[in-house]
Write a protein that binds this ligand. Structure first.
Ligand SMILES: NC(=O)c1ccc[n+]([C@@H]2O[C@H](COP(=O)([O-])OP(=O)(O)OC[C@H]3O[C@@H](n4cnc5c(N)ncnc54)[C@H](OP(=O)(O)O)[C@@H]3O)[C@@H](O)[C@H]2O)c1
Length: 383
């Protein structure tokens, strides 16, 4: 039996330079579930950076890359299980589950492709009905203390943070143990994933600091016990090697911002530097971030919001024993651990106050692109 659903659909572009596109609301057909899959009814979704990348068709046209003409994206959310294939053991009919967006995984379970992004044949939560593999579903704890909007906001960014943090803190601890460094300092650039990771660091006894340019975001961080710095004071900290070499005025402003930033670091770390720096931004902040690091420290990321080509001096990174951690989402066992930890420790976000309707999904994306959101822009798909 095949299925047909109401969905927001992204169409493949014409040619290699097709440019930005918009979602189209139409019927979307898909084949019946296999023994390992479940038919699901999305309840909430959360807008994510990758959805905007897909609409921009940057760095790739995901429909063309998947070899498909039409794609339904949406890889963060909460769903209700309607029907299970014969071999499904992770969830049961009637369960509520988070979408775990590992789309295609290697022999150890680590993601190679992301569900409803670059994994072919996957259908995201911007549809009234869809299907998911049993390893793409983690049950929300029975009688959870938290709202489903919060779990929707959790489902992509928090497992990403969990997996990245495990490696970051584990690597730091291989170099400096708890006696040598009882309270690591952890700083972060970026948005929701950084907030998740800094909150986790805080819950595990580290001193955490987030840098952000918006009052609402600074407040959210402070309410979680995270120190927050206003990035508007260092807007010029936006490194561009070409301009740095050719534009004296730009260089002067950049250096002033870098000095201010390193002054914050110096004051808050007693001149020791940051032990773990979480950087989801990339090129424009790398130079300053490396200067902010302590010896035997870690720079950790799973994102490249503002530039993915990085240049650094390998000799200095080696001599200072800076460890560069790179991860991509998480494997299923890490997702299960993250959900259990979240329920026990309230390690999950509050969705932004305004919840978009299904009709408003394109508006949700435009607001995200215009930076009109706090951290977690959630939309409702079904009641
Ligand atoms: N590989 C994975 O598994 C994975 C998973 C999740 C996300 N990601 C990627 O990771 C990146 C971050 O995602 P997110 O969801 O945490 O981000 P987000 O919530 O969308 O927020 C990004 C924030 O970064 C800050 N920012 C932007 N440009 C900056 C710059 N030049 N310097 C300093 N701060 C800057 C801005 O905050 P302020 O304006 O407040 O400063 C911005 O709102 C995205 O590219 C996303 O696609 C990857």
């Amino acid at each position: 039996m095949s299925h047909s659903t109401d969905a927001w659909v992204l169409h493949r572009g014409e040619g290699p330079n097709a440019g930005r596109t918009e979602l189209v609301r139409e019927q979307f057909e898909f084949s019946d579930i296999s023994n390992e899959e479940c038919l699901v009814r999305p309840l909430y979704g959360c807008w994510e950076g990758n959805m905007s990348h897909a609409l921009e068709r940057k760095p790739v046209d995901i429909a063309a890359q998947r070899g498909e003409d039409r794609v339904v994206f949406g890889n963060a959310g909460v769903v209700e299980i309607i029907e299970c294939g014969a071999n499904v053991t992770t969830v049961k009919k009637g369960d509520i589950a988070i979408l775990f967006c590992n789309g295609l995984w290697d022999q150890y379970g680590y993601p190679e492709r992301i569900f409803a992004y670059d994994a072919p044949g996957t259908i995201g939560v911007c549809a009234k009905t869809t299907k998911m593999h049993q390893k793409q579903l983690i049950p929300v704890p029975k009688n959870t203390k938290y709202g489903l909007e919060r779990w929707a906001a959790f489902s992509l960014r928090y497992p990403t943070a969990w997996s990245n943090w495990r490696l970051a803190i584990g690597t730091l601890r291989l170099q400096l143990n708890e006696t040598e460094l009882p309270t690591p300092t952890v700083w972060g650039w970026g948005g929701g994933v950084s907030l998740a990771e800094l909150h986790l660091a805080r819950l595990q006894g580290c001193n955490a600091t987030q840098i952000s340019s918006r009052d609402e975001r600074l407040k959210v961080a402070r309410d979680l016990g995270i120190t927050a710095h206003d990035r508007t004071a260092i807007r010029a900290l936006n490194y561009d090697e070409k301009r740095y070499r050719s534009d004296a005025e730009y260089k002067e402003k950049y250096l002033e911002a870098e000095r201010t930033f390193l002054g914050w670091v110096n004051d808050e770390t007693d001149g020791q530097g940051v032990n773990i720096f979480i950087d989801y931004i990339g090129t424009p902040v790398l130079r300053a971030t490396l200067k902010a690091l302590a010896r035997q420290s870690v720079i950790a990321t799973a994102g490249w919001k503002d530039g993915m080509y990085l240049k650094f001096l390998r000799a200095l990174e080696c001599i200072n024993r800076h460890q560069h951690i790179n991860t991509h989402y998480a494997r299923y066992t890490e997702g299960v651990q993250a959900v259990a930890f979240a329920e026990a420790n309230e390690w999950l976000p509050h969705a932004d106050d305004y919840v978009y309707s299904f009709d408003e999904i394109p508006k949700c994306g435009h607001d995200y692109d215009a930076n009109k959101f706090v951290f977690f822009p959630v939309f409702k798909v079904n009641d």
